[in-house]
Design a protein around this ligand. Structure first.
Ligand SMILES: Cc1cc2nc3c(=O)[nH]c(=O)nc-3n(C[C@H](O)[C@H](O)[C@H](O)COP(=O)(O)OP(=O)(O)OC[C@H]3O[C@@H](n4cnc5c(N)ncnc54)[C@H](O)[C@@H]3O)c2cc1C
Length: 425
């Protein structure tokens, strides 16, 4: 991953008194609330283009402390489904279960939530409004200033009369995968190996497996699928490369239907399925901006980098980027470094799931425990489980020990299972 070239402190007004945030997704509204709590005057510019169906429904436990910090957990709990963990399936008779209960005693709770996105996002909007953030309901335009600067275009600035014609001290790009600043500044990005497309919709009539709320990730002949239980329906999505998707049909309906009916696990669980929404299509390129800040501007959430839907780090990264930025408001290079380290750690972890190494390790561990059912092996197995769960929960994703342990344990030839047999194409 390219290192940020800017190391000097930036000429932004300190302390920062006014901030303009472009984009009212979870990254933008979390930042708006946290800044407003510190007495900073915040203006959110949002184009209101949020569809009825939004991906990002499966949350990880590390999101919960942020909800608490915002005073939102109770409201979230009223509309979300509690998520006890995640299971990975490989065909009809192979399953690896991760349970957040193993996180007891760590820095994050032993549960997460599955969130009905548009309603969940409205909680964040309402909280920012309650805390005094001001809003401009329009698509924001920005322009370059000199080689490295950015400012709001005159017509956009005029839409926030309370700013009195003065540019905010800090401009924040929270436009998600629109990546407004990176596109305007022509900032290159590091692109990951996967270039997938995802189709998803909400269903009724799927048979749901216990425990209630457990998210199920299933390996498909090509790509993978998710089943995310919400309170009143099931979110079902498939993720695969574009060539494989094209083989499934010409329309999105044909493709999603074919992916479900050709997979024995999804087809069996969904015999009585009824689709109750339109189908949403997302292309998800793994992509991280080479720069995350400049003089008086900074990026958060997906606008900084989009990792991958696997393991669901997106919402956590969006919310946590706001927390990190608050911590490093007077040192944007430090913020960018932390974000980059975090994104890189997630990308590395996710790769173990795509290439099958993590599941090969599990198989080998289970086999060892079966053959040598003694306390030492059982303790080691529990320790390994807990470490992986802590990394995938967001509690210790950047842990050097955790990544070192994964590297050592994934030395080729040390497993009884072939990772290639468990890899996701
Ligand atoms: C297929 C797929 C599945 C996913 N599944 C999960 C999951 O299960 N769990 C999870 O945690 N994450 C998941 N994610 C990722 C998650 O959806 C995102 O990481 C998260 O929504 C990012 O939030 P954000 O606030 O950065 O951006 P967004 O939520 O995209 O918000 C950006 C906002 O900016 C607005 N905007 C854009 N341009 C302008 C402009 N010029 N002026 C004004 N407003 C503007 C947009 O309308 C939008 O409201 C998934 C992503 C994909 C692609």
């Amino acid at each position: 991953m390219g290192e940020c070239q800017i190391t000097n402190r930036l000429p932004i007004r300190n302390p920062i008194q006014t901030v303009g945030i472009i984009g009212s997704g979870p990254a933008g509204t979390t930042l708006a609330s946290l800044l407003a709590m510190k007495g900073v005057e915040v203006t959110i510019f949002d184009d209101g283009r949020r569809p009825d169906l939004i991906v990002g429904e499966s949350l990880i436990p590390a999101v919960v402390p942020v909800l608490r910090k915002l005073g939102l957990e109770e409201r979230a709990a009223a509309i979300c489904q509690v998520k006890p963990g995640v299971s990975f399936t490989f065909g009809v008779d192979e399953k690896v279960e991760f349970c957040f209960q193993s996180l007891a005693g760590s820095t994050v709770p032993t549960y997460a939530y599955n969130a009905p996105r548009p309603a969940f996002d409205r909680l964040f909007d309402a909280r920012a409004d309650e805390l005094g953030a001001k809003r401009v309901r329009a698509r924001a335009k920005i322009e370059r200033v000199g080689g490295d600067g950015l400012r709001l275009a005159g017509e956009t600035l005029a839409q926030a009369p309370w700013l009195g014609g003065r540019q905010p001290d800090l401009l924040v790009d929270s436009t998600g995968r629109s990546r407004l600043f990176a596109r305007t500044m022509e900032i290159p990005s590091e692109v990951g190996p996967r270039k997938d497309v995802a189709y998803f919709a909400h269903y009724e009539g799927f048979v749901e497996e216990p425990p209630r709320g457990q998210v199920i990730i299933g390996r498909l002949a090509a790509g993978w699928g998710w089943r995310i239980p919400l309170r009143d329906c099931l979110s079902v999505g498939v993720v695969m490369n574009k060539e494989d998707a094209a083989q499934l049909g010409t329309t999105t309906e044909e493709r999603l239907e074919a992916a479900i009916s050709r997979d024995p696990v999804l087809a069996a669980a969904g015999k009585e399925r009824r689709r109750i929404t339109e189908i949403a299509t997302y292309t998800n390129y793994q992509l991280v901006s080479d720069r995350g800040h400049g003089p008086g501007w900074v990026m958060t959430g997906d606008a900084f980098g989009f990792v991958d839907p696997m393991l669901s780090p997106g919402m956590f990264l969006a919310l946590h980027s706001a927390e990190l930025l608050i911590e490093h408001l007077d040192d944007l290079p430090a913020y960018s470094r932390e974000m980059r380290t975090l994104i890189k750690a997630w990308m590395e972890l996710i790769q173990y799931f795509y290439d099958g190494r993590i599941f090969a390790m599990y198989h080998s561990g289970m086999e060892l425990e079966r053959r040598l059912p003694n306390r030492i092996i059982q303790t080691l197995h529990r320790f390994f489980d807990r470490k992986i769960a802590a990394m995938a929960s967001g509690a210790s994703t950047t842990s050097r020990f955790g990544h070192g342990m994964l590297r050592i344990m994934s030395v080729p030839g040390s497993w009884r299972s072939d990772p290639a047999q468990l890899a996701i194409r």
